[in-house]
Write a protein that binds this ligand. Structure first.
Ligand SMILES: [Zn+2]
Ligand SMILES: [Zn+2]
Length: 380
């Protein structure tokens, strides 16, 4: 699934209740193994290094770890994390700049040491509204959005013909220029990106007519996205590299889908639980009854015991929401509200009075009657 991530604890091979020093120890061990310097730019190892580092960044931060434990993965976890300082104690500061400089969660250059880092297109935001039940179980949704995509006419190069892409004469196709300065320390050579070709090494003699040389055009896009169970309003789903392109020499930005969950009449969410309030009458509470309750799984018959008190809660185990991380469903909790009738008929009043008399309960006029007789007694 797009945007799916492995569990951070699993990534670091630690248990959910491990200590910070265990996290550090495990990260140090794994980082030594997958560090790009050790593996000479193996893409797979770099991916692993990035994964363990991301997991470490979150789990080593007390607040972010708590957030992750309760809500699972969410791109807002990265808000406010300074990766430079997180990893400086391991001496990884500059590697992190290189990997994640363009924004966390995005792609990064896989060739360490290469001077050319592909530029990255911007992220595209899209909103989607889903039903309460869809959020509870997860759903596959088609999403329509507009993004810059590689121009078909030029394949994203920006040139009218392939022959129109010519080697930059200023840098000789290297994309870099070296300048030599004489200083008191001797001759100092500095390398910088070629200004003529913006470091690409090539220039375009005749720009593509379709995209006017940009390499990309704006287009409607369609994508099918698996929205996991347990999402809630305000969460964002990141689909990597489905955002804007800046042409064939670039990496596309990401598509960020903001989720809005429609409320469902009668059902509310409390963490992984579903809560509903049900009115029963005084007689139903006293004598017991059977109720037809709407749950996520459809109508459910629920037994109310005789002598049920107002505020009594009935729990339907495993009828709640499947959480984002984990597969055990929450519960459905029914809160019973006992309604006292305010519209009794004369016949009903008679019956209730008879009932009260039998239990020697003072009601209505009888209650005020005793007060007035006490008052009268004092007056005498
Ligand atoms: Zn150049
Ligand atoms: Zn074009």
């Amino acid at each position: 699934m797009a945007g799916q991530k492995r569990d951070y604890y699993e990534v670091l091979g630690v248990s959910k209740d491990c200590t910070l020093s265990e996290i550090k120890q495990s990260y140090r061990k794994l980082a030594r193994k997958y560090h790009p310097d050790v593996n000479n730019g193996s893409a797979e190892h770099e991916e692993r290094f990035k994964e363990i580092s991301e997991a470490y960044a979150i789990l080593s931060n007390e607040e972010k770890r708590r957030q992750y434990d309760t809500c699972g993965f969410n791109s807002s976890l990265f808000d406010g994390i300074n990766f430079d300082s997180v990893f400086s104690e391991f001496g990884f500061g500059d590697i992190f700049n290189m990997f994640f400089g363009g924004g966390f969660g995005g792609s990064f250059s896989s060739s360490r040491g290469s001077s050319r880092r592909p530029s990255r297109g911007s992220d595209v935001y899209s909103d989607i509204t889903i039903d309460f039940k869809e959020a509870a179980f997860g759903v596959k949704k088609d999403i329509k959005y507009t993004a810059d995509v590689n121009c078909r006419h030029c394949g994203g190069t920006g040139a009218e013909n392939e022959a129109d892409i010519i080697k930059c004469t200023v840098c000789g196709g290297l994309g870099q220029v070296r300048t030599s300065r004489n200083t008191f320390l001797g001759s100092l050579i500095t390398t910088s990106a070629c200004e003529n070709c913006s470091g690409k090494g090539t220039v375009i003699a005749k720009p593509c007519k379709n995209c006017e040389g940009r390499g990309y055009i704006r287009q409607e896009k369609n994508i099918s996205v698996d929205i996991p169970s347990g999402v809630s309003s305000g969460m964002q789903l990141r689909v990597q590299q489905k955002g804007n392109s800046k042409g064939s020499a670039s990496i596309s930005g990401d598509l960020l889908i903001r989720i809005n969950v429609k409320p469902h009449p009668g059902l509310e969410r409390d963490g992984d639980n579903v809560v509903s309030v049900f009115d029963i009458s005084f007689a139903q509470a006293a004598l017991g009854t059977r109720l037809d309750i709407e749950t996520l799984d459809g109508q459910e018959e629920v037994n109310v015991k005789p002598g049920t008190q107002p505020g009594t809660k009935i729990t339907l185990r495993g009828k709640g929401i499947t959480p984002l991380s984990g597969s055990r469903r929450g519960d459905h909790i029914i809160s019973l509200n006992v309604k006292i009738p305010a519209d009794l008929t004369a016949e009903e009043i008679k019956l209730l009075k008879k009932y009260a008399e039998g239990r020697e309960e003072l009601t209505g006029d009888g209650a005020s009657g005793i007060f007035s007789s006490i008052k009268n007694a004092f007056r005498k």
